[in-house]
Ligand binder design. Structure first.
Ligand SMILES: [Zn+2]
Length: 449
């Protein structure tokens, strides 16, 4: 019975639920048809309102998504800016480190020079001391010689030299020799004094050099300290930029997550809207069919009244059709409707083996038959006479009914499975007032036998 949504399907569905099976026509039949048409019109207007509200929600969601994306772009450009700042700062820190290292090696070099100079000064002082001692020795020697010449009778070495002359010529020679010795002594002393002066001036130079090296070292040390401070400031900036970056990045991932939720919500709104549009089309057909049926009944009544005033049998007052459901499958109820640890459960779960038959719980028209990532292989059936939609999810394979097809109560529509967001073979069964709506399921239990 693969009939697409046809005149006959709807006409059967609507009319059988209103008209008792009777060949006799009565005013009551027309009245109930009028009533049914009005009810269908009301349903249609309800659905229009629902559709409008969903359209508004979808539009609001689309706006939210737009704003979310704008914000994501903003945050991304902020992240890029911070990244650039970080790179610049990292380069600056590296440059400071290089400068500090260069300054440190200059300080070491200067300290080595200072040490060398100090050693030079010590050596010079030692030399100066020795020269001084030699000068003193010479002076002492010279004084002794002079004393020998000036005095007679004491230490007579020079005198003896002179007196021991054999002739005047010899005396002159000896006197000249004595003078020469004395002159040489004086010269040696003079040159020693000059040496001493030169060494002292060297020492002065070295001491000046040392003082200037010390000053240089002081300058380098304070330069290094200021570089360290600058480096510390840059490191602080770097740390604060890293913190900003990580907070922006977590904001970005929050926004991304929000966007995904909004997209999911938007898709569910679109789905809901599609289901409502299908339902509206079904009701439109039903109204048309009911109107045609009414015309036919009225025509029949005219013909009958003109033919004879025959007795009319009382029509059955039964409303016909099923007012309650049959069980959609065998198996036991493994999860009831309502809140549970995994969040609110909008349906009823029947645990059963894979392939266990699933049946339409009442007469209706298939408004959805396909695969969805959450429901898996799923069928929606709209029961116009009850204005309810039933959902059969996680079917083992593609359903055996298709969109637009009319089904009778008890028709097998598929088998129990574990497709979509499911953990174990089960039928997830939902009941909705009117069309399917996102998280709009009501407790199916009261409708089941
Ligand atoms: Zn479930």
């Amino acid at each position: 019975m693969k009939k697409t949504l046809t005149y006959l399907a709807i006409s059967t569905l609507v009319v059988t639920s209103i008209l008792p099976v009777s060949q006799h026509v009565s005013a009551e039949g027309v009245g109930s048809l009028n009533q049914k048409i009005n009810e269908l019109k009301e349903e249609k207007s309800d659905i229009s309102q629902q559709k409008n509200s969903i359209t508004n929600k979808a539009n609001e969601t689309a706006e939210k998504i737009e704003k979310n994306k704008e914000k994501q772009e903003e945050v991304t450009s902020e992240i890029n800016q911070i990244d650039n700042q970080l790179e610049v700062t990292q380069n600056k820190v590296a440059a400071k480190e290089t400068e500090i290292a260069a300054t440190e090696s200059e300080i070491k070099k200067t300290e080595t020079e200072i040490k060398d100079t100090e050693e030079d000064i010590v050596a010079l002082k030692e030399e100066i001391k020795k020269v001084k001692e030699r000068i003193e020795e010479r002076e002492e020697l010279l004084k002794n010689r002079l004393r020998a010449i000036q005095k007679s009778g004491g230490d007579l070495s020079y005198f003896e030299v002179l007196m021991g002359a054999s002739s005047f010529g010899d005396f002159i020679n000896r006197a000249t020799a004595v003078n020469k010795i004395m002159d040489q002594d004086k010269e040696i002393m003079e040159s020693q004094k000059k040496d001493k002066e030169s060494l002292e001036s060297n020492q002065k130079e070295l001491e000046d050099k040392q003082a200037s090296l010390e000053a240089n070292r002081e300058g380098l040390v304070s330069k290094k300290a200021s570089l360290e401070t600058q480096k510390q400031e840059l490191s602080n900036l770097q740390a604060s930029l890293n913190q900003q970056l990580s907070s922006k990045q977590s904001l970005k991932s929050e926004l991304k997550e929000e966007e995904q939720h909004l997209e999911e919500y938007k898709i569910s709104m679109e789905e809901e809207r599609r289901v409502l549009a299908n339902q509206q089309a079904i009701i439109d057909k039903a109204i048309q069919d009911a109107k045609k049926e009414k015309e036919r009944v009225e025509q029949l009544a005219k013909e009958q009244s003109s033919a004879n005033n025959g007795t009319s049998t009382t029509p059955s007052t039964s409303t016909g059709g099923s007012s309650s459901f049959i069980r959609p499958t065998s198996g036991y109820i493994s999860s009831h409707f309502g809140s549970r640890s995994l969040g609110y459960h909008y349906g009823l779960d029947f645990a059963a083996g894979a392939g266990t038959p699933i049946y339409a719980v009442a007469d209706g028209v298939v408004t959805r038959s396909e695969y969805s990532s959450s429901y898996g292989n799923v069928v929606y059936i709209y029961h116009a006479s009850l204005n309810k939609t039933t959902v059969y999810a996680h079917m083992v394979s593609r359903p055996s009914v298709s969109y637009g097809q009319s089904v009778s109560q008890g028709t097998q529509i598929g088998g129990v499975g574990n497709t979509g967001n499911s953990f174990g073979n089960h039928l997830h069964f939902e009941v909705h007032n009117g069309g399917w709506s996102y998280h709009g399921g009501i407790n199916p239990l009261p409708f089941l036998p």
